[in-house]
Design a protein around this ligand. Structure first.
Ligand SMILES: O=c1[nH]c(=O)c2[nH]c(=O)[nH]c2[nH]1
Length: 296
């Protein structure tokens, strides 16, 4: 049967780029997911396997990172225009470039601290056996990020350790927290659940933003301790915190320095991720929140 090649396009999908702009102690964040699709004179690669006209998808990814550093990210549209024009005007066989960009919105918590806008899910689990009540509430998927004041160094090393010590890194996580109320079931002392939720959330966010962090484990403990210290009705809190790694992109091959101090471009990796989990308890109380909040 004779066949013909129909519409075709190619490029790197979902390049996750985070650009930090430092304005003194105030940082600004652009967080994009960029997908490039190029098309043009691509018959040969499909028919004969000749790659002469194929600018690698790897290159389209590098271009996203290099452009983020070289031109900054003023808006998703401006960034898309720069990229699309670049591919079409610099490669003769490429006649069309489609650049799709998703931009993640961040809400400011402080100078260098941010929470992903409108994302979290509030949860509760109420158990009653005719005698005792147990109320465990919390939240999932509250994404937060500090663009500085995070280090990680001085860790144990063995023959498989390659991680470079970090003295100024991005610290980001999706907070999954469950807290258990000490409430006995007595109506007169029933907590104001909405207020308790808002305050627990506020305290854990403030602790995340205010902590100069030497590890996510340390930030976690501070977040839990802040909630327990300020909220008498809560006896126990457990966190499951993925360490959402942001790696500095090596832009040296393109003659660009990517120094943290003057606003860097990061590759936001989605997996694998470190998963840091711990319970913080009021002294004298029993741990009752299940250990595995996540199922992975
Ligand atoms: O805050 C961190 N805690 C770790 O246990 C760890 N491990 C790692 O590779 N990076 C980090 N970061």
């Amino acid at each position: 049967m004779p066949t013909i090649l129909g519409q075709n396009q190619y490029g790197k999908a979902e390049t996750r780029v985070v650009k930090v702009v430092r304005d003194g102690a105030t940082h600004h964040l652009k967080d994009l997911n960029v997908s490039i699709a190029l098309s043009g004179d691509m018959d040969d690669v499909h028919h004969s396997g000749s790659n002469t006209h194929v600018l690698p998808t790897d290159t389209t990814k590098n271009t996203v990172y290099a452009f983020a550093k070289r031109h900054g990210i003023e808006s998703a549209e401006r960034f898309g225009i720069l990229l699309a024009r670049h591919f079409v005007t610099s490669q003769v066989p490429i006649h069309r470039a489609r650049v799709r960009i998703q931009e993640y919105a961040w809400q400011r918590l402080g100078g260098h601290s941010f929470a992903r806008a409108g994302q979290e899910t509030r949860v509760t689990e109420v158990t009653y056996d005719g005698t005792a009540w147990q109320v465990v509430s919390g939240l999932s998927d509250l994404t937060v990020l500090n663009s500085t004041d995070s280090e990680f160094w001085g860790y144990a090393k063995d023959e498989y350790t390659t991680l470079k010590e970090a003295y100024d890194r991005i610290l980001a996580t999706d907070v999954c927290a469950r807290w258990r109320y000490g409430w006995s079931g007595d109506e007169a002392s029933e907590p104001d659940w909405d207020r308790s939720y808002e305050e627990a959330k506020r305290h854990l966010l403030e602790a995340f933003a205010d902590t100069y962090s030497l590890s996510l484990q340390q930030s976690l403990y501070r977040m839990g301790a802040r909630v327990i210290d300020h909220r008498d009705e809560i006896d126990e809190i457990r966190f499951s915190l993925p360490n959402k790694h942001h790696f500095l992109v090596d832009l040296e091959p393109f003659g660009l320095t990517n120094d943290v101090e003057d606003g860097a471009v990061y590759f936001a990796a989605d997996r694998p991720y470190g998963l840091i989990e711990a319970t913080v308890l009021r002294e004298g109380t029993e741990p009752r929140i299940p250990v595995d909040l996540h199922t992975v």
